[in-house]
Design a protein around this ligand. Structure first.
Ligand SMILES: Cc1cc2nc3c(=O)[nH]c(=O)nc-3n(C[C@H](O)[C@H](O)[C@H](O)COP(=O)(O)OP(=O)(O)OC[C@H]3O[C@@H](n4cnc5c(N)ncnc54)[C@H](O)[C@@H]3O)c2cc1C
Length: 468
């Protein structure tokens, strides 16, 4: 056993909690459990921090920031600033990205150590309702938490070769800007990479089988993103199913079921993520599974009372902050507290492309299903009326969905930087605020948050910078 971040080497129990997987869900659970005085073992086969820190949220957002800097320098004349854009130095971009990851990784390792968590490096396997085995060593705990995360999926017959046909894992390590890319999948990950590569100078085509990009978002948000991507000359094929890929001298030739073919240097496969749950002993110990996901109740407890599961391994939203929330909730439950279940509709969702798409609560179509066509009201406030958005030269909107004569149940936003507005939107949704409640709050001028305020003023029947 290696014990790089823990207390004493050789310490293998008994523990209060043994956590399998040190990604967002697992380490959040470990940190909170330790805070509550529990004795914790955290087992990780790769790097503490998991997908989010090393192959997900953080490195992609660093690339997106570099992309924003590239756009700013290319478009600076619009603001009267003369610069010359000379190109992307990909090794230097990667050094910047890796530096951010390295600093956060070091900080996280320090945090785990400071909370006296026993960190076990190695491949773990569930061997009983209360034990995990790593390299022949058994770690016993009163409770076990499964947090083994997810992997990038592919389609049947579509082999990832890691050079011409890649997933986000390889895309984050590319040492060059490809001349052209086909992105298979127009969800969050696909749209973010499409946005980065376009800003870096690549020709990009997204292929999405469903009728819209970011198909889980409100349809109005998807359409607004599509309009913005069209303007940026990011091509996309919607409602188009992939039928095959051939390797060519220059890269790949992708065929669609509609008969079209697209040639490019690379194919990025971004068709979703599957749970990492195979051959880890879960079924043998009797943990109930569904399509590879571990089944849990609203408190993330499995059918085996001593075993809980969190993060991408369970069929909830695959987001780092959902993993954090679930990990904390489980730690508190195991620590004898009574945490409330998570309201998954109240979890903010952000696609960090240019422009950004952000939302909380339910879409207009779900609100109609829930309250009836006549049971809701919506209002869309155009960012054309928002001073700060005009200064930034961004287009988009803040859309509100409310239950008629009731609270706001959905907030949907598109535009540069709107991801930062989701914090207020989340409070509005979480507090079941009425438009009037928010309308009475004075928002700072000129900020983009004003658009949130103005939308509520308008829905409360007293629009200021909008036509009534
Ligand atoms: C490209 C990309 C961009 C993303 N961007 C965002 C974003 O901007 N915002 C956001 O909220 N989410 C984002 N996500 C999603 C986010 O990364 C995941 O939701 C999150 O990492 C899930 O956390 P987790 O703990 O469930 O799993 P993971 O982070 O995958 O962690 C699981 C850990 O378990 C370890 N493990 C697995 N099996 C074993 C074993 N047998 N023994 C020991 N250890 C094991 C793995 O090595 C891994 O470290 C992104 C994902 C990707 C791929």
């Amino acid at each position: 056993m290696a014990d790089s971040a823990g207390t004493q080497s050789g310490q293998n129990g008994p523990f209060d909690v043994v956590i399998l997987g040190g990604g967002s869900g697992g380490y959040a659970c470990a940190l909170r459990a330790a805070q509550l005085g529990m004795k914790v073992a955290l087992v990780e086969k790769g790097e503490l921090g998991g997908t989010c820190l090393h192959r997900g949220c953080i490195p992609t957002k660093a690339l997106l920031h570099a992309a924003e800097v590239a756009d700013s320098s290319r478009e600076s004349e619009q603001f009267g600033v003369r610069t010359s854009f000379e190109g992307i130095d990909m090794p230097a971009v990667n050094a910047y990205k890796d530096g951010v990851v390295a600093r956060l990784y070091k900080g996280l390792q320090g945090l785990v150590k400071s909370r006296k968590i026993t960190f076990v490096e190695g491949m773990g396997r569930l061997v009983s309702p209360t034990a995990v085995e790593v390299d022949g060593q058994r770690y016993e705990g009163k409770y076990v938490v499964l947090a083994t995360g997810s992997y990038a999926k592919s389609l049947p017959g579509l082999d990832i070769d890691g050079s011409q046909v890649i997933t986000s894992d390889q895309a984050l390590r590319l040492d060059r800007v490809p001349a052209s890319v086909v992105v298979l999948g127009g969800g969050v990950i696909g749209c973010e990479f499409a946005s980065v590569w376009k800003s870096f100078g690549a020709e990009v085509t997204i292929v999405e089988a469903l009728p819209h990009l970011v198909p889980l978002e409100d349809e109005q948000s998807s359409k607004m993103l599509e309009r913005a991507f069209r303007k940026r000359k990011i091509a996309f094929e919607l409602g188009a199913r992939f039928s095959g890929v051939e390797k060519t001298e220059g890269g790949v030739k992708v065929s669609l079921e509609n008969g079209k073919t697209i040639e490019a240097e690379l194919l990025l496969v971004a068709v979703g993520r599957g749970p990492t749950s195979q051959e880890l002993g879960y079924e043998q110990v009797g943990v109930e599974m569904e399509r590879g996901f571990v089944k849990v109740d609203e408190h993330c407890q499995t059918n085996v009372p001593t075993i809980s599961a969190v993060g991408d391994l369970i069929p909830t939203l695959q987001l780092a902050h959902v993993g954090f929330g679930e990990g904390i909730m489980v730690a508190e439950r195991l620590g004898g507290l009574e945490p409330a279940p998570i309201d998954y509709d109240g979890v903010p969702r952000v696609t960090y492309s240019e422009p950004e798409v952000a939302s909380v609560g339910i879409t207009e179509s779900r609100a109609k299903e829930k309250y009836g066509d006549d049971g809701i009201e919506t209002l869309t406030y155009d960012l054309a009326g928002n001073g700060k958005s005009q200064i930034l030269k961004t287009a988009g909107f803040v859309k509100l969905v409310r239950q008629k004569d009731g609270p706001v149940v959905g907030i949907h936003m598109v535009g540069s930087r709107v991801g930062e507005l989701v914090a207020e939107a989340q409070l509005i949704y979480g507090w079941e605020a009425y438009p009037d409640d928010v309308a009475s709050l004075v928002h700072a001028h000129p900020t983009q948050t004003e658009a949130v305020g103005e939308a509520h003023l308008a829905l409360a029947g007293k629009p200021l910078h909008a036509h009534g």
